[in-house]
Design a protein around this ligand. Sequence first.
Ligand code: ADP
Ligand code: MG
Length: 330
Amino acid sequence: MLELENVTVRYDGVPAVVEVSLDLPDGEVLAVLGPSGCGKSTLLRAVAGLETPSDGAIRWDGRDLAGVPTHKRGFALMFQDGQLFNHLTVARNVGYALRIRRTRSSRVAERVAELLALVGLEGYAERLPATLSGGERQRVALARSLAVDPRLILLDEPLSALDAGLRERLAGDLREILRSAGTTALMVTHDHEEAFTVADRLAVMRGGRVVQAGGISEVWRAPADPETALFLGYARVLRGEAARVLLAAAGLPVAPAVAVRRSALVAAPDGPLTGRVVSGRATPEQVRLVVEVPGVGQVDAVSPLGLHPGPGEQVSLTVEAAKLATLPGA
Ligand code: ADP
Ligand code: MG
């Protein structure tokens, strides 16, 4: 397994990664989630052996990797833009590392066919990268990374270059592919939905530090602080009296602060909260409202498409407890 202990990486003395400790058991997928510039790529590069930590240790199965060069670590790297060889066919891209290792050509062909099936690209062997869509190119890049059975695959924002719909679909596929290959993976991303779709475990990074780590649903249900909650996709954080009123309406015990998902409040007859609609906007699935609730302030709410209360109208709201996360004080 991979272990990071108090890893710090500096560029010309300026720390980009600060005292990061993380464990990644075999066969699991860990997503490091954080905003741009927080040190994700630097952390990944340190694990790959492309940056040297100024402090701390990176270990594999208990063995310190300091001094082990990148190509001897047995890790594979995949970037945002898969970086395929444009003059080589899909099959030759995927089999590249195997041929370098002088693998028998019949074995290369067999393994390439296996990998193309794994990533859903049977029949693409003879295509050139220029004839592929962005999603197909990333699948080829993934197959190429997996070709030599790496003990760990490092993925740097593997889906960020794709458009939203494709990214969502490919995130699900990526999860399935990593599971069925049984590969241990460390993925960094700024996209919380991508992290949640692909990974088993999550580490939230900010300003070079890991501010929270744990199982995906554990972190999701209990963000460490308001900033983390907002980064995880919660729409608002309410404090004090507003938190108290909302938690009471949800039947939950009082807490200093509560993070609220956009769809936590739902317009419905006889809900425990009542407010006045400030604005509404229809989406294909529902109407998104902003409602002014006495004692709470402005909150997001949703209502079914059939029900579209206009600005100034009174609405009653129910609260879905599962879409709230209580936060510690501060
Ligand atoms: P992320 O991948 O989360 O966007 P990075 O790891 O790329 O963040 O960068 C973290 C910080 O380190 C940033 O402030 C960035 O400007 C700095 N940095 C990254 N690479 C270098 C480098 N080669 N030289 C100097 N500073 C760098
Ligand atoms: Mg980066």
